[in-house]
Design a protein around this ligand. Structure first.
Ligand code: ASP
Length: 305
């Protein structure tokens, strides 16, 4: 068995490991672990600790993928709801659809008993408003949010400083390889913006026969390159895990228009190998690893692309 997740997974990683050790289904184990990440306000990018969109509303994205059946459940730009990875799992289990967004996702949440919750942490609200006070002229601030938001979008979006996602990838005792993600996306994003975390093929992909991948940071790049699917497809075509990631990095490197910044790729193959690669993100990136030969999870450093 194997579990990897990015550094932000710390509140839930050990819980997922315990559930895997006791034989739980690994998607259930990852969703339960992510639920703990989502409720920890110290994680400033996911769930309660995350960041609102440009008009101060929390819109959360999450997904799960079963690599054995290739079933996916996904929710995007969901208002007033936690835990969203569990909501994505319920989409997979209960509906003939893959993805719900916005008010439809909220409606479904109510139907199956998720409480309404504005999910807006006081400190996130303060930081959100202080930034607007700096960037928006007083006469516009008085009318806010009834002003054109698009011109503000470039000035105010600050993905490098305040964003991240939690991603989990597992290989379980039943040889299933699965993926799960959850995020509040970019801080000050335009309302309705979806990142890569709910998009199968971009922010995550899993196929138990070959492996799985999940990305964090600049969703605007991985959506353009289908980065997670590229990695799993390359392995299907015979590439090693490292070569599959190199191919995906080459594709990211080819982009020279649009919003360009860093991407972190997490990937596993069906032989039990894993790699986490930092493409252009500043600072050291680390991730959690647990294999069944380990008594405790370990924090490891990602490789530079
Ligand atoms: N990839 C996420 C998004 O684009 C954000 C992140 O991981 O930093 O919404």
């Amino acid at each position: 068995m194997l579990l990897i997740a990015n550094k932000e997974a710390w509140p839930g990683f050990a819980h997922t490991v315990d559930m895997l050790r006791s034989g739980a289904n690994s998607l259930d184990a990852m969703v339960a672990g992510i639920g703990k990440v989502e409720s920890e306000v110290k994680v400033r990018s996911v769930g309660y600790g995350g960041w609102p969109n440009m008009i101060g509303d929390m819109e959360l994205d999450a997904a799960v993928m079963d690599g054995t059946t290739r079933d996916v459940g996904s929710v995007g730009a969901v208002p007033n709801t936690l835990p969203v990875a569990r909501l994505a799992h319920e989409v997979m289990k209960r509906l003939p659809h893959v993805m719900l967004t916005g008010n439809g996702a909220r409606r479904f949440a109510s139907e199956i008993g998720f409480p309404e919750d504005d999910v807006l942490f006081e400190d996130s609200k303060r930081v959100w408003w202080e930034r607007l006070e700096k960037e928006v002229a007083p006469e516009d601030l008085a009318k806010f949010p009834n002003i054109p938001l698009a011109p503000l979008s470039k000035a105010i979006t600050d993905p490098e400083r305040v964003r991240d996602t939690t991603v989990f990838l597992s290989a379980d005792a039943a040889r299933g390889i699965h993926a799960a993600t959850s995020t509040s996306g970019w801080a000050w994003k335009y309302p309705g913006r979806l990142g890569d975390s709910p998009i199968p093929g971009a922010g995550f992909y899993a196929d138990s026969r070959y492996g799985a991948a999940a990305c964090t940071h600049t969703g605007e790049m991985t959506m353009r390159c289908s980065t997670s699917r590229t990695i799993v497809l390359a392995m299907k075509l015979g590439y090693s895990l490292s070569d599959a990631i190199k191919l995906a990095v080459e594709e990211l490197n080819e982009l020279d228009t649009g919003f360009l910044a860093g991407v972190v790729i997490h990937a596993v193959d069906a032989k039990g190998n894993h790699e986490v690669v930092n493409f252009r993100c500043e600072g050291e990136i680390s991730y959690w690893l647990w294999e069944d030969s380990m008594s405790e999870p370990e924090l490891r450093a990602a490789k530079q692309a």
